[in-house]
Design a protein. Structure first.
Length: 256
């Protein structure tokens, strides 16, 4: 087993991460993620005011469906390099890597997925990202500041964040509580996490930590935080990733 590093600021390579886990051609893992997020946002009865993406990394796939149903997105991450990629994305340029991801979601919505429609959805995502902010989800002072200035939030979205920065179950539960603290009453949380992580996950030449989670652990922790779990989907990991984790788990829950 390789040595695990937690030095995300110096060791995490956004481009290597994108090339490894979000190639231009969409695999089954990512199709299932997009389907889950499409179903979640399609189920909302009306538009939500504010969403915060916590630990969004260098990705925007999780906002393709969200952008139709929220008015204001605050995008956060610890890494300035990741945030710079998001700043580049919101510039008036084609959506690049995310073209096929947007097209896939548009087809889930019953649309053709034409170039015009893809660029139109990309523009909507860009328009809805009102704030790009550095946030350490372990830092209570930063969390409180963002909540007071931009929140509380109707939706907390967190994709491969709190599960992917620690091997400690106790610390993971604390991070889940931190996510909860950003929500308004009756707010919703949507997360994707690594299931049954074995040795952390690889990005370039480095291995980063991941806590061991399964469906039962996740549901129990959310219920203890005062959530009602509304849906959960588990996808077996693709062959090239099975040494790192057994599955991907997506879950949505409402705060009571």
């Amino acid at each position: 087993m390789q040595t695990i590093t937690t030095d995300f600021l110096r060791s995490f390579d956004p481009q290597a991460y994108l090339d490894t886990y979000y190639p231009y051609e969409i695999g089954k893992e990512n199709q299932n993620l997009l389907e889950f997020y499409h179903q979640f946002y399609s189920s909302l009865q009306h538009k939500q005011s504010k969403l915060i993406e916590v630990g969004g990394g260098p990705t925007v796939w999780q906002l393709i469906s969200a952008s139709r149903m929220v008015n204001d997105i605050s995008f956060t991450d610890l890494s300035p390099s990741n945030l710079e990629i998001i700043r580049e994305f919101i510039q008036p340029t084609p959506p690049g890597r995310w073209i096929e991801y947007i097209k896939f979601v548009l087809k889930l919505e019953g649309k053709e997925g034409s170039k015009t429609q893809v660029n139109g959805r990309a523009d909507i995502i860009k328009e809805k990202i009102h704030h790009i902010l550095q946030l350490d989800i372990k830092n209570l002072r930063q969390i409180k500041k963002i909540k007071n200035q931009f929140g509380p939030f109707d939706i907390v979205s967190s994709t491969f964040c709190i599960d992917s920065i620690t091997v400690s179950y106790g610390e993971w539960k604390d991070l889940l509580a931190n996510l909860n603290s950003l929500l308004c009453p009756m707010g919703r949380i949507i997360m994707s996490l690594l299931g049954k992580s074995r040795e952390g996950y690889q990005v370039g030449d480095h291995t980063f930590p991941a806590v061991f989670l399964d469906q039962g652990i996740l549901i129990k922790a959310l219920e203890k935080e005062g959530f009602i779990v509304e849906d959960l989907k588990q996808t077996r990991s693709e062959r090239e990733h099975r040494r790192s984790y057994g599955s991907l788990i997506s879950i949505k829950a409402v705060k009571t």
